[in-house]
Design a protein around this ligand. Structure first.
Ligand code: SF4
Ligand code: SF4
Length: 158
């Protein structure tokens, strides 16, 4: 997480942070939920570098170009979207307790926009290597590899 996130701290729950021994899907011990990071100035590189799709849209926004609406913020739509290390592949990690959030509402609108733009989207809960791969015309289960040393799960056994 970074500045401009408002009261969202969703990424501090869904992702694994190996440097903190923090598993995916559990709140980080340094997170003031809905407030921010209690160790902001000393947070790990992974946290410094991370910006979800919603935050990126606000970092880019200027002039008449607006960022994504607040209803699409991960704590509201219950899915944290981010680019992956694979070209054209986005990831949507659902918040614990909301495994179907990607099927409806604002999260689904985000997915549909991505698919229409020619992207693929892999969705599913944190800490599970079983995810759903979405394309404009298909939906199928895929198996991800175990997280790498950075806690990412973006390799897919296709
Ligand atoms: S999920 Fe996005 S908006 Fe929410 S705290 Fe993380 S970077 Fe900020
Ligand atoms: S160290 Fe801070 S920014 Fe990183 S996951 Fe924990 S609460 Fe979030």
């Amino acid at each position: 997480m970074a500045g401009h996130c408002g009261t969202c701290t969703a990424c501090c729950r869904v992702y694994a942070i190996p440097q903190l021994n923090k598993p995916a899907g559990k709140w980080c011990e340094h997170c003031a939920i809905g407030v921010g990071c209690k160790v902001y100035d000393n947070r790990p590189e992974l946290c410094v570098d991370f910006a979800c799709v919603w935050l990126q849209s606000h970092q880019r926004a200027r002039g008449n170009e607006l960022g994504m609406p607040i209803e699409m913020r991960p704590d509201k739509c219950k899915v944290v979207f981010s680019p992956t290390t694979k070209d054209g592949l986005m990831a949507g990690i659902t918040m614990p307790g909301s495994p179907d959030a990607w099927r409806k509402g604002e999260a689904r609108r985000i997915i549909d926009m991505m698919l229409k733009a020619g992207l693929r989207v892999v969705v599913g809960p944190p800490a599970s290597t079983t995810k759903i791969m979405l394309t404009l015309n298909s939906e199928r289960e895929v198996q991800l590899t175990e997280p790498d040393e950075n806690g990412m799960q973006w390799s897919i056994n296709e």
